[in-house]
Design a protein. Structure first.
Length: 277
């Protein structure tokens, strides 16, 4: 049975969230950050403000522009919609501003979208006016038991912006920083490292501090620059499909992500999963 479309007031209540409490929405307040705009080629809308979801219409009658990291889902006939990390769906009832965007039906793709909310539409949680859509790096996760595979995945050092991490059972997303000249050559993977080294560390592979808990799955970020000549350090969102690790995540409180960084050496980022009540 189709879900009833939400009305304007319920949309307002759903999206009224604090900056730090909405990890799947880009943390940009006030005017859109020009560095982010340049990375995603959005020079034309650089002056548009991204505001908190506090009302359906501004005093001047305009609906505020919003940003969201989400997953694109394809439909028959080349159509598509977006799915939030919490499962809610957004259908772009107006795609006139992005006529050239054609998602690959054979590929799971994470994207950043810029949009405004419109009146409800049947079968979807939200109806949106889509202003811009940009693919972000969409990687996977795996369990590695072979040293050759570990080497293939690479070990290039990678920085990160600490307030951008978002974890669900399906996705791990954050803003990565690394030297880059040709970004198309870079690949990233999140792994459970079970390659036995001299210390026979087993689960997680990476050095585990005393603070690491068995309630948390130990993960490593692997980065292969693909022979790219090092350029200036730049930043991009990366997102990883965690469904291949579903059995390992079962019953865990979250993950500890191990990242080798250039400036600060090995880092551990402890991330909690939202627990169902």
């Amino acid at each position: 049975m189709p879900r009833k479309a939400k009305d304007c007031m319920s949309e307002k209540n759903l999206f009224r969230m604090q900056y730090s409490a909405l990890p799947d929405v880009l943390r940009v307040k006030g005017n859109i950050n020009m560095d982010i705009m340049k990375k995603f080629g959005l020079f034309l809308i650089a002056a548009i403000a991204v505001t908190a979801f506090t009302s359906c219409n501004d005093d001047d009658g305009g609906e505020p522009l919003r940003t969201l990291i989400t997953t694109v889902r394809t439909l028959d006939g080349g159509d598509y919609y977006f799915q939030r990390d919490n499962g809610e769906t957004l259908y772009p009832g107006n795609k006139s501003r992005v006529p050239g965007y054609k998602p690959d039906p054979d590929k799971t793709q994470r994207v950043i979208i810029w949009f405004t909310l419109q009146n409800g539409i049947a079968d979807y949680d939200y109806n949106i006016d889509l202003y811009f859509v940009e693919n972000i790096y969409t990687g996977t996760s795996e369990i590695v038991t072979d040293a050759a595979r570990l080497e293939e995945l690479g070990s290039a050092k990678t920085g990160f912006q600490s307030n951008t991490f978002n974890l669900t059972k399906e996705w791990l997303t954050f803003y990565a920083l690394y030297p880059v000249s040709d970004n198309s050559k870079h690949t990233f993977t999140v792994i459970v490292n079970e390659v036995k080294d001299e210390g026979e560390k087993g689960d997680g592979g990476a050095e585990q501090s005393e603070a690491a808990e068995t309630d948390y799955l130990q993960l490593e970020l692997r980065h292969n620059p693909g022979g790219d000549t090092q350029g200036y350090t730049d930043g991009y969102y990366v997102s990883f499909d965690l469904t291949p690790l579903a059995e390992r995540l079962e019953g865990k409180k979250g993950v500890v992500l191990h990242i080798e960084t250039n400036k600060n050496g090995p880092q551990e980022i402890k991330l909690d999963l939202l627990q169902k009540k």
